[in-house]
Design a protein around this ligand. Structure first.
Ligand SMILES: C[S@@+](CC[C@H](N)C(=O)[O-])C[C@H]1O[C@@H](n2cnc3c(N)ncnc32)[C@H](O)[C@@H]1O
Length: 331
């Protein structure tokens, strides 16, 4: 992402990322990087974002647009509560505008204050049939997501894209985006009008990327079956919780000769931003939210030969995996 012309944007994004108020309300930094890359690739003239918070995702879309040299983003938020972004409690619109200024993105980003469905009339002249990329990350309730979809989707151009955030309720705790996706599938809108890719993300919340392949005007209503699903989810919360808890990786470090667990061994995963963990008395570390992938880890502990780049193959179909690493004593 190094670009001398936009390095100040990277710096501004880093500053926002490090604020305690930023996450988890702002999207995870890895996910935001996907938005940057997608924008670079899709080259949209108009991005519409519903749900800005303080503008973390907004800055990523805008960063890409600035580098492309064209395109703008309209970001809508109710901005109806305050945060402390290091200067005491402030309205979030002021925070977002300060960062926009710092990043010199005033010509790229337009903030609109108000409830998404209410401000539509105010901006419809600018967006009608013009949205190349629509990002829905506002009110995550079933009612809210359906309202946002119904209000803005028909202005997405044929061939344009829609991103939904927070699609895995067991991890993110909200239902709306999942219910919308299920309903789009059940009604046949996916795949006939919209192509869909669901993507697991490092925080487990997930994103869906949808491409508009049909030009039918769509108004979708929420099927009542989701209420039954909700009741089922609540009833099975304990079971679900067990599933969530067990969707984990355990790395167990043992002495190759005695087979005894080794406590105090360090387990480092450079692929996960140098995630660094230390084994407990049982020789184990418990690792959460591992997206299926092959991970290389380094294990180091006093009195044993270092083990570098040990492969952990985290498989998609397994919710729990244990990796036993045998350490060879020195000398
Ligand atoms: C999860 S945050 C958005 C995070 C942001 N997209 C990011 O990743 O940096 C959700 C935001 O949606 C806003 N919001 C919720 N319901 C809304 C609505 N109906 N209209 C406008 N904004 C709404 C909230 O004020 C909040 O700032």
């Amino acid at each position: 992402m190094n670009n001398p012309v936009t390095d100040h944007i990277t710096e501004t994004i880093k500053e926002m990322d490090s604020l305690t108020c930023s996450h988890p309300a702002s999207v995870n930094a890895d996910v935001a990087t996907i938005y940057y890359a997608l924008t670079k690739m899709l080259r949209p003239l108009l991005v519409v974002e519903i749900g800005c918070f303080i503008g973390f995702s907004t800055l990523h879309f805008a960063h890409a647009l600035k580098e492309l040299g064209f395109g703008r983003i309209i970001s809508i938020d109710a901005f109806d509560w305050e945060v402390d972004a290091g200067k005491g409690m402030q309205n979030r619109q002021i925070v977002a505008e300060d960062f926009r200024k710092k990043a010199d993105l005033e010509s790229v980003i337009t903030y609109i204050k108000g409830y998404s469905t209410e401000v539509y009339a105010q901006i419809s002249g600018q967006i009608k049939n013009k949205i190349d990329l629509l990002y829905i990350d506002g009110d995550h309730s079933v009612k809210g997501v359906f309202a946002d979809f119904n209000t803005y989707y028909n202005d997405v151009r044929l061939g344009g894209y829609l991103i939904l955030h927070d699609i895995y309720p067991s991890m993110c705790g909200v239902e709306g985006p999942r219910v919308l996706i299920d309903q789009l599938k059940a009604s046949g809108i996916v795949p006939h009008q919209l192509e869909l890719i669901e993507m697991q993300t490092r925080d487990g919340y997930g994103i869906a990327l949808l491409r508009k392949v049909g030009n039918r005007h769509i108004q979708i209503s929420c099927d009542l079956s989701h209420f039954w699903k909700k009741i089922f989810r609540k009833a099975s919360k304990k079971v679900l919780q067990r599933w969530v808890n067990s969707a984990r990786i355990v790395v167990k470090v043992i002495d190759a000769q005695t087979r005894r667990p080794i406590s105090g061994a360090t387990v480092l995963c450079p692929q996960r931003g140098d995630e660094y963990r230390v084994t407990g008395m049982d020789g184990a570390v418990h690792l959460d939210h591992y997206i299926p992938n092959r991970y290389l880890v380094d294990i180091v502990t006093t009195g044993y030969q270092d083990k570098r780049a040990v492969m952990m193959d985290v498989q998609a179909e397994k919710t729990f995996q244990e990796f036993i690493i045998e350490m060879i004593p020195e000398g």
